[in-house]
Design a protein around this ligand. Structure first.
Ligand code: URA
Length: 235
């Protein structure tokens, strides 16, 4: 686990253009070089803290211009199940927490309620919840491809640090970003996919379920959640 985390962090630095990295105690760094990376933490919570530190006060894309808070993610760092949404809305931006607005409250009820229906004691704090982009897109527009590419590197590290049994990806935009697919969510939902060796269940976004035309999608979303909770906690 620690070796994987170190490899991912080194890849991340390489992507940023740093070719030579120096290990503390492994020889003098050239004048003007950045401080060498800290030793990697062994546990997921520690890895998540490192990733959050790497994000810092991010200005890598235009979304930083309008944000109040970076919404990193919340929940159990050792979760067997990770939910991935699209990006923070107004409430999330204000509070710095994912899925706390109307759609978030529905997501919480869906997790808790579905779990209860299948005889599980899993509740929202037991899973981990995050988004493809960590800053609110202005006016709640969809995140753009370049914004998702830039922020997606952190999502990847975040999910691999947690190493869940499965990911439930919410809505077409997030599903397409994670799976690099152009298939719409209506066709994709309910069918297991794979990403980085982890099973992925795409389903409808809770805000879609709240729209007047989205009522019909509630039952399939419940079925998808049932499948993913069963796989993670009962199989
Ligand atoms: N919609 C999302 O995709 N993510 C949130 O955190 C809230 C609403």
């Amino acid at each position: 686990m620690a070796r994987d985390a170190l490899r991912r962090r080194l890849e991340f630095y390489r992507d940023l253009g740093f070719e030579d990295l120096y290990v503390r105690g492994g020889g003098a760094a050239p004048a003007g070089a950045e401080a060498p990376p800290e030793p990697e933490p062994e546990d997921a919570a520690g890895e998540l803290r490192v990733i959050r530190d790497d994000i810092g006060d991010c200005t890598r894309c235009r979304l930083h211009e309008g944000r109040t808070n970076i919404v990193f993610g919340s929940g159990n760092p050792n979760a067997r199940l990770v939910f991935v949404g699209e990006g923070p809305g107004a409430d999330e931006d204000q509070q710095g927490e994912p899925f706390v607005g109307r759609a978030g409250q529905l997501l919480t009820r869906m997790i808790d309620g579905t779990s209860e229906r299948i005889g599980l004691a899993i509740r929202r704090p037991d899973v981990y919840i995050c988004n493809v982009v960590k800053c609110r897109p202005p006016g709640n527009r969809n995140p753009r491809r370049d914004e998702m590419e830039i922020c997606g590197q952190f999502l990847k590290r975040q999910v691999l640090a947690i190493a869940p049994k499965a990911v439930c990806v919410l809505g077409g935009t997030a599903a397409q970003a994670l799976l690099r697919s152009s298939v719409g969510i209506t066709r994709l939902r309910g069918k297991w996919q794979e990403w980085e060796g982890i099973r992925v269940m795409p389903t409808f976004h809770p805000s879609y379920l709240l729209r007047p035309g989205g009522q019909h999608a509630k039952r399939p979303a419940f079925e998808d959640l049932k499948a993913v909770l069963t796989y993670c906690y009962l199989d």
